[in-house]
Design a protein around this ligand. Structure first.
Ligand code: DAH
Length: 339
């Protein structure tokens, strides 16, 4: 028995030493100490050992087991350390490699221009509001004094969802929506996307942006409109900027005007930028038509107001001297980064 145990021990030690991997070491453990292992078999054979020898043999089996377990534990530790080292060697990180570049986007010229316009009007106490891009004909045309068959409807040919629902051609319907809410006085701007069935070229796009402005209060006059837009032009294009109000027609304002600013490139002398005229057209405006006030539930005998509409792309193109509107929609980061 003693020799047998000795042989088992030697064989186990040899296999432990040769195991080389944690998996194989576990196989060795099963082969010797497992349920059907060699040492376990010896223990099972104890019943055949003479009673007086049992304690001695029992002790020897335990010693053998302890010796095997100890050797296994040590080998296991060594193998684990080796595995870790190998893993570290495999996963070595070269800290001198250049870092991955994180590409941050850039604000679009439209966004920069819009934030500038918002800053100016918020500074004058205006609220920034929004209206829907899919709009009722009622708000886009009817309540703005543009009845069915009005020629202005042709100029703003658009995309119809149904006979009564369309993609708004202007931000002006937000005027009607806000006035209808009946909270007075009103001092708001409403930026947003508008749509027209225009062909794409350097100055046209089927989808572009406008900023609408509306003030309604008691005693609002054309002088308030002039002063406000003059201040706006000076803040946007520089303190030297002069403004010119040319009579015009819009169905929802009376009187109406188009506003030109003195060319901020040549100061008004005339250059290529202003096509020699010294002036650049920037927006449409006027006093809110009494009929529009009425249709929106406001008494024109008590309240008056002014309104204006600016093309956002127009502002961005002018401010950043971009000569083709299409560049604004390509979203080429090399272009956008310049502003
Ligand atoms: N909605 C007009 C357009 O798209 C622009 C405009 C003109 C807006 C005069 C106004 C205004 O509020 O008073 O052509």
């Amino acid at each position: 028995m003693k020799e047998k145990l000795q042989a088992i021990k030697e064989e186990a030690m040899k296999q432990i030493q040769e195991s080389g991997t944690l998996d194989k070491l576990n196989d060795v453990r099963v082969a010797f100490l497992g349920k059907k292992g060699q040492l376990t078999a010896v223990l099972k054979g104890m019943k055949d050992v003479a009673a007086e020898e049992r304690p001695i043999i029992g002790q020897m089996v335990n010693d053998t087991r302890a010796a095997i377990e100890k050797a296994m534990e040590e080998t296991k530790k060594n193998l684990e350390a080796k595995a870790r080292e190998e893993q570290l060697a495999r996963e070595v990180i070269d800290v001198t490699l250049p870092a991955k570049k994180i590409n941050v986007g850039h604000r679009h010229p439209n966004t920069i221009a819009l934030e500038e316009v918002e800053r100016i009007f918020v500074g004058m106490g205006y609220e920034v509001v929004e209206g829907p891009e899919v709009e009722y004909d009622l708000y886009n045309f009817e309540k703005l004094n543009i009845p069915a068959n009005h020629p202005a409807k042709d100029e703003q040919d658009t995309f119809y969802i149904t006979k009564d629902i369309l993609l708004r051609t202007q931000t002006s319907p937000v005027q009607a929506r806000i006035m209808e809410q009946g909270k007075l006085p009103i001092r708001m701007i409403a930026p947003g996307r508008v749509f027209r069935s225009d062909e794409v070229d350097a100055t046209h796009s089927p989808s572009f942006h406008q900023i609408e402005g509306l003030v309604v209060d008691k005693n609002i006059t054309f002088a308030d409109l002039k002063g406000t837009l003059e201040q706006f032009a000076k803040e946007l294009f520089g303190p030297e900027t002069r403004t010119k109000f040319r009579p015009h027609h819009f169905p929802f304002t009376e009187p109406s005007a188009e506003v030109d600013v003195s060319c901020f490139k040549c100061g008004g002398k005339g250059c290529r930028f202003c096509k020699g005229s010294g002036w650049i057209e920037i927006l449409g405006c006027g006093m809110v038509h009494p009929h529009v006030l009425e249709m929106c539930g406001i008494d024109p005998e008590v309240y008056t107001g002014f309104a204006f509409g600016v093309g956002l792309e127009r502002i961005a193109l002018l401010k950043y001297e971009i000569d083709d509107m299409r560049l604004l929609y390509e979203n080429d980061i090399r272009f956008l980064k310049q502003f």
